[in-house]
Design a binder for this molecule. Structure first.
Ligand code: UD1
Ligand code: CA
Length: 591
């Protein structure tokens, strides 16, 4: 029998109520592809004559994602059920050249093209008007149940919601994949009503309608229940994702790939991996990634649309997106390659190195803490730790070229556009803004200045705050001033201290400056004022302990000529003696 031509209608307009999403369910990712992509591949893979997709919820988004030659979108404005969705396709179906139309629910993604062709062939052979693809499930919950008539024909499909307890026990379910005679489908489509518990137009009601017209409805059971699993919520999405992942892992293992723990290795469908490659736990290979043979992809590395040669090591926690690495390259740990980075064979990209849209030549190394953007590196070049290609000037991206056998010192800033000629060196810490000709050394950094002893001096200029201690030596009050005697509070405290003594009748004062660390002009002025104030009050203020830290200031202010300064305390005290002044601690007349 000649193969029968058929067309496919994919129902994809639903609101995905159970997904609770802003987006159409068809756009949610399943193992690296949007859900809707699966059945499109099935339909085109099975060589359907026409493929229609009924869209509604977030229709514009869906159209954009899936548009391709040979696919016709049909809009279902309101989502009133699967029967209503097929009604929306009526005009297109009337024009369709195929005698057979297969309706697929868009959320049962695992249906293979081969199985679709078998369904169509069986349908033709039995001359049924409708053949329902069914399977047996241990847990049929949520699916429409197949009610068989005597002789094996299908009498009805009863949805979970309206099924009797006895019907719920039926384990044969409707996959949602229905193969129709196009003519009969169109003839009876309008008999579907929404007068039911769900208040929806149910496509499955056609089984009963056809039976009433004594038209033949058959079942086509498939053994592999996975083929028909539907995705109605995100838990089911995760289950099927896992299934696909494990399937892919198993296929790769059979081809000679070692997968240490398939349960935690994330593999998209289209990924290719060569023999003797090892994938450690937590590895993700996404999109169209191709990994050569004998590679070693260590834990938690992610490759998205990456292409690796043979014997490539990708150390732990590396991210490679849209980039290539040749054979015998070593990458990572913690490396990031992106936007078309090309690492040529035997090159090495080390820890915390980011390579964007750059080419790294054979045998070249960039091993530590480096950013290479819009750069072209020659062969056998060494990029020092912490080097940055400054590729962006705030407006445009500029290129950096480093030729063969160059040595870039550590911590270089290569300000693009710039070219470093073959065999040249740049000094560590250089900021290279001009081209360097071949075989040269470029040093571009500030010359070192060393200030010997600077540190201890700088510590000396920040001594503690002003301190004042007062003690009596007979009739003389010794006031020791320490720290910083400067404008403001310190000077005021000093003034108050001196005046408090004079107010209490002790106008013979020796100011000992031995512990003074610093004095400013206000402090100097206050010393002079103290001396004058004492003289006015009939007393004396003298000074001793002038040290090297303050002597220059006293001299500069010419106060050494004004103040009565003694070399040490005992000499100063002695100078107060006589004329009724005693230095004994008890006054002479005290009894
Ligand atoms: C449907 C079947 C059920 C079957 C199950 C298999 C019906 C009435 N029920 O149930 O027998 O066991 O699939 O997975 O057919 N859609 C539209 N427009 C609408 C409503 C739905 O395009 O107005 C689309 C949805 O986007 C979805 C598909 O039709 O892709 C199925 O709809 P859904 O609500 O998921 O049906 P189920 O309850 O799963
Ligand atoms: Ca469903």
């Amino acid at each position: 029998m000649a193969e029968q031509g058929f067309s496919v209608v994919i129902l994809a307009a639903g609101k995905a109520t159970r997904f609770k999403s802003e987006h159409s369910k068809m756009l949610h990712q399943l193992a690296g592809r949007p859900l809707g992509e699966y059945l499109l591949r099935t339909a085109f893979g099975a060589k359907a004559e026409r493929v229609y997709m009924v869209i509604g919820h977030e229709g514009a988004e869906v159209r954009k994602a899936f548009a391709r030659p040979g696919l016709t979108f049909i809009e279902q404005k309101e989502q009133l059920g699967t029967g209503h969705a097929v009604k929306a396709a009526r005009v297109e179906l009337a024009r369709c050249p195929s005698p057979t139309v297969v309706v697929l629910v868009g959320d049962a993604p695992l249906h293979p093209a081969e199985s679709l062709r078998k369904l169509v062939a069986t349908h033709a052979k039995t001359r049924a008007v409708l053949t329902v693809l069914t399977t047996h499930l241990d847990n049929p919950h949520g699916y429409g149940r197949i009610v068989r008539a005597r002789g094996g024909r299908v009498r009805a499909i009863v949805e979970e919601k309206v099924a009797t307890p006895a019907q719920r026990k039926i384990r044969e379910i409707n996959s949602g994949i229905l193969c129709f005679s196009r003519e009969k489908l169109l003839a009876h489509l309008d008999e579907i009503t929404d007068r039911n518990a769900q208040k929806e137009f149910l496509l499955t009601d056609l089984v009963d309608i056809f039976n009433r017209h004594r038209l033949k409805v058959m079942a086509f059971p498939v053994a592999d229940a996975h083929e028909v699993l539907g995705i109605n919520d995100r838990a089911e999405l995760a289950q099927i994702e896992k299934l696909l992942r494990l399937r892919k892992a198993e296929a790769l293992m059979r081809e000679g790939v070692t997968i240490v723990d398939p349960e935690v290795t994330y593999l998209d469908e289209d990924v290719e991996v060569g023999r003797d490659t090892v994938l450690e736990p937590g590895v993700s290979l996404r999109g169209r990634t191709r990994v050569g043979s004998a590679c070693w992809i260590q834990q938690y590395s992610t490759l998205q649309d990456a292409v690796l040669g043979d014997r490539v090591t990708v150390r732990t926690h590396s991210l490679i997106v849209n980039s290539q690495a040749g054979s015998d390259v070593v990458i990572g740990p913690f490396a990031h390659l992106r936007d078309g980075a090309v690492i040529e064979p035997t090159a090495r990209i080390g820890n915390f190195v980011e390579v964007k849209k750059s080419r790294v030549g054979r045998g070249t190394k960039a091993l530590h803490l480096t950013y290479l953007g819009d750069a072209t590196l020659g062969e056998r070049t060494n990029i020092g730790a912490g080097t940055v290609t400054c590729n962006y000037d705030g407006k445009t991206k500029n290129p950096t070229v480093v030729e063969d056998e160059v040595f870039i010192g550590s911590g270089n800033m290569l300000v693009a556009p710039v070219r470093i000629g073959k065999g040249s060196y740049t000094a560590a810490g250089s900021t290279i803004t001009e081209d360097v000709p071949p075989e040269s050394l470029a040093i571009a950094r500030g010359k070192q200045v060393t200030k010997v002893g600077w540190a201890s001096q700088s510590k000396a200029v920040a001594p503690p705050r002003a301190t004042f201690t007062v003690r009596e030596v007979g009739a003389v009050t010794v006031c020791e001033v320490g720290g910083r005697l400067t404008m403001g509070e310190p000077v005021e405290l000093f003034r108050n201290t001196i005046h408090a003594q004079m107010d209490s009748g002790r106008a013979l004062i020796l100011v000992n400056l031995a512990k003074l660390m610093y004095i400013d002009s206000a402090g100097l002025g206050e010393l002079a004022k103290a001396q004058m104030a004492a003289q006015k009050a009939g007393g004396r203020v003298k000074f001793c302990g002038v040290n090297d830290r303050v002597l220059p200031q006293i001299r500069a202010a010419k106060l050494d000529r004004v103040l009565e300064i003694f070399s040490d305390e005992s000499a100063a005290l002695a100078s107060f003696e006589g004329r009724g002044v005693s230095l004994d601690s008890a006054p002479e007349n005290a009894q």
